[in-house]
Design a protein around this ligand. Structure first.
Ligand SMILES: [Zn+2]
Length: 145
């Protein structure tokens, strides 16, 4: 399970809308308890490192950006617990590319952005044997309606 404060969920949605029609991407910083429940404490937006024309559906975080994210997390006594990216005009289901580039443990949050408007947000985890992506429950916290 992924616990995601409402204001951080909003950050992920806004990022996706800002990057549209390209993909947004970023890092989830937080902590994991003994039961394996992840809590997001901060989102870190990453500039999409792909060349123009390849930004659609090919998000990439460079090793330098990953290192900076790890350092930011450590300074807060937290860990990098996952990543997020947007799917412009596509459902929020992982692509084959997403699966091929995923690592176990991390949560992969995907938000669909239809016509510039953020829609459905899902989270995925790689199965321990890496055979498939499994959808993870997201608990949005502090939502006021
Ligand atoms: Zn994707």
């Amino acid at each position: 399970m992924l616990r995601l404060p409402a204001e951080l969920e909003k950050n992920i949605r806004t990022d996706g809308e800002t990057a549209y029609p390209n993909e947004s991407c970023g890092v989830l910083i937080g902590e994991v308890d003994n039961a394996g429940v992840k809590t997001v404490k901060r989102t870190l937006s990453i500039d999409n490192a792909r060349e123009d024309g390849e930004q659609y559906h090919r998000f990439l975080i460079t090793p330098e950006e990953m290192l900076r994210a790890e350092q930011t997390a450590r300074a807060m006594k937290l860990d990098v617990i996952g990543f997020y990216h947007s799917h412009p005009d596509h459902p929020s289901a992982p692509s084959g590319y997403d699966k091929d580039h995923a690592l176990p443990f991390y949560s992969y949050v995907i938000v669909s952005v239809d016509g510039g408007k953020a829609q459905i947000l899902t989270s995925w985890e790689l199965a321990d044997d890496r055979s498939d992506f499994v959808q993870e429950n997201i608990n949005i916290e502090g939502v006021q309606k």
